[in-house]
Design a protein around this ligand. Sequence first.
Ligand SMILES: *Cc1c(COP(=O)(O)O)cnc(C)c1O
Length: 364
Amino acid sequence: MKNIFFTPGPSELYYTAQEHIKQALKDQIPSISHRSKQFEAIFAETVQNLKTLLQIPDQFHILFTGSATEIWERMIQNGVEKHCFHYVNGAFSERFYQIGLELGKKATAYHAQEGSCAAIEAGQIPEDAELIAFTHNETSTGAAQPLEDIYAVRKAHPDKLIAVDAVSSLPYPDLDFQQVDSVFFSVQKGFGLPAGLGVWIVNEKFVEKSKKLQEKGIGIGSYHSLPSFLSKAMKNQTPETPNVLTLYLLAKVSGDMLQKGIAHIRKETEYKAALLYHTLENHTFLQPFVKEKKFQSKTVIVAETRQDSYSVISYLKNNQLIVGSGYGNYKPKHIRIANFPTHSKEQIEMLVDRINDLKNYTSA
Ligand SMILES: *Cc1c(COP(=O)(O)O)cnc(C)c1O
């Protein structure tokens, strides 16, 4: 029997990915020129499918990078002259903030407790901050910031740029793009694809900012600056030789998700998340790490173990169910479970059954 990966990235491939990979090899997709009409058609199909799937308005551009980590850096280079402000509640949001500092900006942060999210209040965001960074789904702890919080910040700060790391939540959240300026993800999480492609969604207001910085002589990067990206994206091309195979797979998988229907995917995600949280809440030695229901992620469910997490992880592994360990210092204390669109109800039910076996198996 094959393993099922419930790890929060890389994760189980989307269930149609294997067929698309076979077809791509048959059609020699990895060998085509990125300046060919065939490539331009793949680029256009990917952009169109993502725009439809995520309901991205027309004034947004969709650009492709090597990873989400790269986008953290590009975001700050292109959107910040002096000061960026970050809501931080775990390792990923902390890294985004640190990159601001490493790039020599005056980055500041509001730190919320790990396993929770900031309670948004007036006065948290400095007057002179140009960009506000949210991590919608903190993958290290399983805490998700409610979208309403992001919209409230938009309302209070209409002139600042709002950037949202939605790497481990998309395509699940029904995000209103009109209320943000940039959103990004990488494909090895919710989209269930091989790693090595980041997707950067950015509006005109953001592009204008990067051009202003450039005019002022501030470094915004070279081949992956926004103006460079856009000069190629206009022609459905990329500045460099991109990961053509994964771009092709993203076109196909987002097309499959469209066929399935995003509303259906969202409903299923909520059902599976409810099942997982219910299981944890009724367990003898596991419990949700995130206590406040409103902050519990639907796509990365983190359990705290009263004994070490290693025995839980290895019991599940012996049953071909691969879950993630805790992140960083939480490694021995947590297990992390991805609940992505590829994970079927039946697979989650199977996982839940094995987690329930553990009540008798190793109860401390
Ligand atoms: C995985 C992850 C990243 C980094 O993605 P890469 O593709 O590894 O660069 C960034 N932010 C969050 C929230 C993540 O989960």
